[in-house]
Ligand binder design. Sequence first.
Ligand code: RIB
Length: 306
Amino acid sequence: MHAKVVVVGSLNMDLVARTQRLPRAGETLAGDSFFTVPGGKGANQAVAAARLGASVAMVGNVGDDAYGQQLRQALEREGIDCQAVGVCAGVSSGVALIMVDAASQNSIVIIPGGNGLLTPATVQRFDRLLQQAEVIICQLEVPAATVAWTLARGRELGKTVILNPAPASGPLPADWFAHIDYLTPNESEAEALAGVPATDIDSARRAGERLLQLGARKVIVTLGPLGAMFVDGAGSRHYPATVVKALDTTAAGDTFIGGFAAGLVRGMEEGEAIAFGQRAAALSVTRAGAQPSIPYLAEVAPCGRQ
Ligand code: RIB
């Protein structure tokens, strides 16, 4: 079966420490627990789409180390096509150092490793996957030139192109917008991209409108417990979140995006796919870790039910 969702992006091994609070600069803190789980925004989004009912292929790189083998196996276990997951000799796999506090907030440092060596030429070698896809998803944990190439190719092929602009430290190159169907920042990313605050429902709408002025077509600003704000040329719509007790928000955004993409390729209309992604993300924050927290299709209630 051809993969309907193709994710071009990162694979990281997440090294997670839970602490009561995040340390200040120069401070040493005793933490509560430590675990190692597969993550990376690209791989998380691929896993979410696969668990939520889509056929998925991953394009990315790992290093030639034990983490690389584990990261690839984690995707294969979900039935994800890994023919385009390369192994970079003499390089470590991507790693994310994650601290999660008692209020379930996290802070993350990523070391790109093999992710940093994903070139446009590598993606081009697997152009057939892009040709066969319906939805192509990118994030910003691989080189910008590779993201730019993939977005442009996705547009050229007439695919639905999603950019999750994460992590974001500033505006996107202006010529990217024309290639993107859905831009999906969280609050801080929306602020970095739009240059205006996005801290609540109204300011997220304004940030979305600013991104439209910059050239975006459709923007979905994810707002955690405040839901999601959809903005396009026809107006805006707020999607409230399911209320849950959050344990760990790592990969909640990734679960939303994978779920949204899976919803689209499974024939849901746009709003239904957003709500579907939100329900999946709500479940993910009740569980620890990145990929282990992502729910399966059977766990996500159909529309209109909690
Ligand atoms: O979005 C969560 C992910 O960000 C983690 O899994 C970590 O690997 C970082 O890439």
